[in-house]
Design a protein around this ligand. Structure first.
Ligand code: SAM
Length: 297
């Protein structure tokens, strides 16, 4: 009965939890959504239709999962907590386009999962109300593994959402912003109050939308080096770009050459790392290769 009572209401959720005597595990970031309107907004942001596939991380008791089953052609939901599997078997019984995979999303071979369980779909989107204790590792894994993704639409802590979407020179801008914006166009889709979850989380939440890019916004010759440059530049926020680069990346003996390079790139060595754009980080990384600045002199 696909049009029946939504799971995401306080009454239905309580019913399900009581029926199974379920107790929340804080350590697994279990805060379940009990507001169907929020779920509709999340699903709308993901731009789904029957031709599309979705991977959900952490289905809980299936509140978001059932909305995804209605909106998409196929849903694969990865849940770490074994106690939820029989509950999901029950709540998702009306839907035949969903498969629940028991496992830790951080341990699973996602490439294989996409290949085996989403065969026939060129791409999929990830839609989830993420467990907050592992937000960043999950997002980085999804982005770095270069999975065939279209959108990532996830509920996360508001503060992390702001860091992901932050622009250069703002206090929230950091290596997470650069990494996310390197792989995706980022947008905070909505701010969500703690009152729509049980139990209520201690932090505000936001839904962020990452539209995965076909190619990076700037040309980067060596991606590993690019991210090493970025991490070095943000290592100590109050230090200058030059200090951070000399501490974290280049041999001290080559300081003059590094200054020369920065001058040639028209990047002021006394700027703070946090003011550099993705394009500037890329030029810096590429030019370091060209000038062989990373080996010993
Ligand atoms: N989707 C449900 C909802 O919106 O009501 C539940 C969301 S709850 C914030 C996070 C879910 O992720 C929980 O069901 C939790 O058990 C699961 N989870 C936590 N860590 C996980 C991991 N490493 N891999 C997969 N699922 C995980």
């Amino acid at each position: 009965n696909a049009s029946g009572k939504d799971i995401a209401t306080p009454t239905r959720t309580k019913e399900v939890l009581e029926k199974y005597g379920f107790s929340f595990k804080k350590s697994l970031g279990q805060n379940f959504l009990i507001d169907t309107n929020i779920l509709h907004n999340i699903v709308d942001a993901a731009d789904l239709d029957q031709s599309k596939a979705v991977v959900e991380v952490g289905p809980g008791i299936g509140a978001l999962t059932e909305q995804l089953c209605r909106a998409a052609g196929r849903v694969v939901a990865i849940e770490i907590d074994q106690r939820l599997l029989p509950i999901l078997g029950d709540t998702l019984a009306p839907y035949d386009n969903v498969e629940v995979v028991h496992g830790d999303v951080l341990e699973l071979d996602l490439k294989a999962l996409f290949r085996d369980k989403l065969a026939g779909y060129e791409k999929a989107s990830v839609v989830a109300n993420l467990p907050y204790y592992v937000t960043t590792p999950i997002l980085m894994k999804l982005l770095e593994e270069r999975l065939p993704l279209e959108n990532i639409v996830v509920m996360i802590q508001k503060e992390v959402a702001e860091r992901i979407a932050a622009r250069p020179g703002t206090k929230d801008y950091g290596s997470l912003s650069v990494a996310a914006q390197f792989y995706a166009e980022t947008e905070v889709a909505m701010i969500v109050p703690a009152s729509v979850f049980i139990p209520r989380p201690n932090v505000d939440s936001a839904v962020i939308r990452l539209k995965i890019r076909d190619r990076p916004p700037v040309e980067v010759e060596d991606e590993d080096l690019f991210f090493r440059v970025v991490r070095a530049c943000f290592a100590q926020r109050r230090k200058t770009l030059l200090n951070n680069l000399m501490n974290g990346l280049f041999d001290k003996a080559r300081k003059d050459e590094v200054i020369q390079m920065l001058n040639d790139l028209e990047i002021d060595p006394v700027r703070r790392g946090e003011t550099l754009s993705i394009e500037e980080f890329a030029r810096l990384a590429n030019e370091s290769i060209r000038r062989h600045l990373l080996g010993k002199k």
